[in-house]
Design a protein around this ligand. Structure first.
Ligand code: ARG
Length: 574
């Protein structure tokens, strides 16, 4: 139940009945004044069009709204309608919501939504840059599933490019020297660097590497065996990161580039049949009017190179084809960095021209910026290399451990370890999710691990504080039942905030900006803290005690659910 939506619907109906043209658009501009006060201010413009008096028109709308017990209504100023939700309405709505695990969030008729996210290149280890797609994509997946959609996680990992030539050649060389590549592969990043260095400096090796690519792509058994061994090791590395980061991806969600191999010639054939292919410098290309390069020259989308190989573009077209034809996707979301903006718009345009995407199917690129250091430069090691993601995660947990030890030295080592994991990983993910997706963001340990401000530790701590109220009196949240009585201003504010959870979730889905939910949770925690300062809970007399306990419980559950939908865990005590 989305509060704003509920009001919008009521007011739209009343306006239409009062003869306001295009009522829906007028209501859309209604402003939410904080905490249960709404103002409809489009009446003046509507009255001007109709050449009537705005206050009179507003009065007419009010008559249509009738004596709705839920709303307190008045015409204000030159023709505003002010709407205030009554405490009785708030209490009644909370009462209905209270027993439900869904906390007021309705299930939607499920669509098939494919979410393309994380998608590292398997030649190397995951680095800090993968944090964004992985974390934001996983939050989207959790929210969409909670809303009732049938989500297909698509981890479009890179496992087939030219760089695998040198990796396989290096494995082969190690084997010939009597060494086991598997032990060397434990440090995947070093392995990649050694292989690339040989490729750059040793011409015989480079030749062999190029030869290995051809052999691999033509299905040579020996090459395929080496490749499989390499991919298996690299997949293990990724899975370890996902597990540590509490990401819902499993190996079953890998839909690698190589999986589309057999479809690539079919894609080229189908494009040819549609008369979309043009040969340019020996390559097979699609030229579409909307893509122009420098000097206004037409920009090709290359689907087959002059040597017969298939580039990234071809694989992505095959992936679109599979997602629409075989998965019957209604929607496909790509959580991929801004630098692939042109690539993906070409993919979508060519796929539409090829008839792979129908009008009803929605393909969206949801880009994001870079992760920067506090000095504003790209996040790299001192020698310019990528920072391994697993190292960052381990550092987060180590730093959180120190904080937990300072805060609560009496906890058992096990508890400290668990809290450090939950807080450290939560902090990293929340720092990411609480920013606007599109802009670059600064990775700053001190800010993200702070127990104050809009951070995971602050929200996790707020949660434990509420839980401790119940612990103190040995009350289980399941045991409390009774009615909401909202009299104090702070109670009313908290009630409204709790009822806005659904609005926050809808706000995220609009443009996949997880920060809408983060800001909501931060606001909820703050509203709760104010309530808790001014309204005694355990010491209050009935019926306030029960009502306030219910508010506490609902707040804890909303924080828990909200964080969980962001992929962030909570603990009971810290
Ligand atoms: N593996 C690619 C990279 O590392 C990202 C893939 C994104 N998904 C896609 N369908 N192109 O840049």
């Amino acid at each position: 139940m989305n509060l704003k939506q509920l009001l919008d619907d009521k007011v739209t109906a009343a306006m239409t009945a009062a003869g306001v043209p295009d009522a829906q658009a007028v209501v859309k501009q209604a402003q939410r004044l904080e905490f249960g006060h709404y103002q409809v201010n489009g009446i003046m413009a509507a009255a001007k069009k109709q050449k009537t008096n705005p206050r009179e028109l507003a009065e007419k709308v009010l008559v249509q709204l009738g004596d709705d017990v839920n709303l307190c209504l008045e015409v204000a100023g030159p023709g505003f309608i002010n709407i205030t939700l009554t405490p009785a309405f708030l209490a009644h709505t909370l009462q209905k919501l209270q027993p439900s695990e869904r906390l007021g969030i309705d299930e939607e008729p499920g669509k098939v939504i494919v979410v393309d996210y994380s998608a590292p290149n398997l030649a190397k280890e995951m680095h800090i840059g993968h944090l964004r797609s992985t974390t934001i994509g996983d939050a989207a997946v959790r929210i969409l599933e909670f809303l009732g959609h049938q989500v297909v996680r698509a981890n479009h990992v890179g496992d087939w490019g030219a760089q695998f030539g040198s990796l396989l050649a290096y494995m082969d060389q190690l084997e010939k020297q009597g060494e086991k590549p598997s032990s060397e592969l434990k440090d995947l990043e070093k392995f990649y660097q050694s292989a690339s260095a040989l490729f750059r400096t040793d011409e015989t090796f480079a030749k062999k590497a190029r030869n290995f690519v051809v052999k691999l792509q033509s299905g040579d058994e020996k090459c395929l065996a080496l490749w499989k061994e390499f991919i298996a090791e690299s997949t293990r590395h990724c899975q370890a990161v996902y597990d540590q980061l509490n990401i819902t991806l499993t190996t079953d969600d890998i839909m690698a580039e190589s999986a589309y191999n057999d479809d690539l010639p079919k894609v080229v054939e189908e494009l040819k049949q549609r008369d979309l292919l043009v040969e340019s410098d020996g390559a097979q290309c699609v030229f579409l009017d909307e893509f122009k390069g420098k000097d206004d020259k037409p920009l090709p989308a290359i689907v087959q190179k002059s040597d017969g190989g298939y580039p990234y573009m071809a694989t992505d077209l095959a992936a679109v084809r599979y997602r629409t034809n075989s998965l019957n996707a209604h929607e496909v979301l790509y959580f991929v960095g801004t630098q692939q903006l042109l690539h993906l718009s070409q993919v979508f345009a060519v796929a539409t021209a090829a008839g792979y995407i129908s009008k009803e199917q929605r393909f969206r690129h949801l880009p994001f910026g870079w992760v920067l250091k506090t000095d504003g430069t790209p996040f790299k090691t001192r020698d310019g290399a990528d920072v391994k993601l697993i190292d960052v995660l381990n550092e987060a947990v180590d730093r959180a451990y120190k904080l937990v030890e300072e805060k609560n030295p009496d906890l058992s080592p096990e508890d400290k370890k668990n809290i450090a994991r939950v807080v450290g990983i939560g902090a990293i993910k929340y720092a990411e999710l609480s920013k606007n997706r599109i802009t670059d963001y600064i990775f700053d340990w001190d800010t993200m691990l702070s127990f104050e401000g809009n951070t995971a530790p602050y929200l996790q701590y707020a949660y434990t504080r509420i839980r401790s109220i119940f612990r103190r009196e040995n009350i289980s949240s399941r045991d409390i039942s009774g009615e909401f009585h909202l009299t104090d201003e702070a109670e009313i504010r908290l009630a409204v905030k709790l009822l806005q959870f659904s609005e926050a979730i809808d706000g995220v889905i609009e443009d996949y900006q997880a920060n809408v939910l983060c800001n909501y949770l931060f606001g909820l925690a703050g509203t709760f803290m104010t309530f808790y300062e001014v309204c005694p809970v355990l010491k209050a007399s009935e019926p306030h005690r029960t009502s306030r306990l219910l508010l506490c419980d609902l707040t804890a559950r909303t924080l828990h659910r909200g964080l969980n939908l962001l992929g962030i865990e909570t603990v009971e005590q810290m």
